[in-house]
Design a protein around this ligand. Sequence first.
Ligand code: NDP
Ligand SMILES: Nc1nc2c(ncn2[C@@H]2O[C@H](COP(=O)(O)O)[C@@H](O)[C@H]2O)c(=O)[nH]1
Length: 325
Amino acid sequence: MEIFDYDNILLLPRMCRVESRSECDTSVVLGNRSFKLPVVPANMKTVVDEKICTYLAQNGFFYVMHRFDIDNVAFTKDMQSKGLFASISLGVKQPDYDTVDSFVADGICPEYITIDIAHGHAESVKNMIQYIKAKIPAAFVIAGNVATPEAVIDLENWGADATKVGVGPGKVCITKLKTGFGTGGWQLSALKWCARVATKPIIADGGIRSHGDIAKSIRFGATMIMIGSLFAGHEESPGKTVEVDGKLFKEYYGSASDFNKGEYKHVEGKRILEPVKGPLMNTLIEMQQDTQSSISYSGGTKLMDIRKVNYVILGGDNAGEHLLM
Ligand SMILES: NC(=O)C1=CN([C@@H]2O[C@H](COP(=O)(O)OP(=O)(O)OC[C@H]3O[C@@H](n4cnc5c(N)ncnc54)[C@H](OP(=O)(O)O)[C@@H]3O)[C@@H](O)[C@H]2O)C=CC1
Ligand SMILES: Nc1nc2c(ncn2[C@@H]2O[C@H](COP(=O)(O)O)[C@@H](O)[C@H]2O)c(=O)[nH]1
């Protein structure tokens, strides 16, 4: 198997078919809806809150609300009362089952549910997918996180509508160091490996450091890309603002860090400071423009045309040109 990551792959241009990058369509379909961009801010406490989720939904972007210290039923009702879709996260413990029961009791159903645990290839996830599908079958279920084709096959067979791939590539992740496991350092080739067997959409999660990594993820099989650090640190971001030597930063911490958990137990995440980088919409606009450029370099007009390009691996044992025959 070829092992590579975002920083040692480049995609190869094909002859341009547009006169302007504005002709390139970056939209993507997930479930019953189409979104402007194939990216979603990570469902983490320092990345999204109710206000940002509302803003994203109102402006045609996908979002996933985090699952920490939040009333998912009230959140769903609030979003739907505004005519917006609801996209929530659940764990696999008793309170998460109680939440599903409350949806049934109140006769409501979020449009998207992400089952979000560290080791998503687990019986607990199978049980939760099947509970949701039995009780509120209209919900589109995203399940994860996983790292292998076997896991993608199992989650799909258990009823997941999409799988989330990425164990340990995140910027505030220390899973690799603490456990010796994961896709940290080879997330892009893990995505390629998983995409070969997937029959449903894959959300690539973690490790995105530049906008060009969005096109690389699409090329290797992602339908959507979950991003934490690039979305943390905006003016609107929920992380606490910290001043260091006269410069403003916002905190960004892992969901499995002691900062999020409130205790030091099974810690697999850390806290960092991200420089404050202006309004969120500016980043979304730049991501859209950069993704339009990516599509134009692929010789296409729409997002999935990026899947057709060849690529080179830079340096290392797998170095070379990879042509689609
Ligand atoms: N994408 C990634 O690489 C990672 C992401 N995270 C994020 O951190 C947050 C907390 O995750 P998590 O700790 O799973 O959430 P929870 O604390 O809600 O744990 C979920 C359940 O899974 C169990 N569990 C967790 N890890 C394992 C494991 N390795 N083996 C067996 N059972 C396990 C827990 O039991 P118990 O605690 O008793 O073991 C608990 O019952 C999530 O948002 C998750 O996405 C965390 C690590 C890696
Ligand atoms: N191993 C851990 N991974 C975590 C933790 N909290 C979140 N995450 C994952 O990181 C991505 C975001 O990655 P980034 O590179 O874009 O910053 C996020 O979506 C989660 O999957 C954690 O505490 N430990």
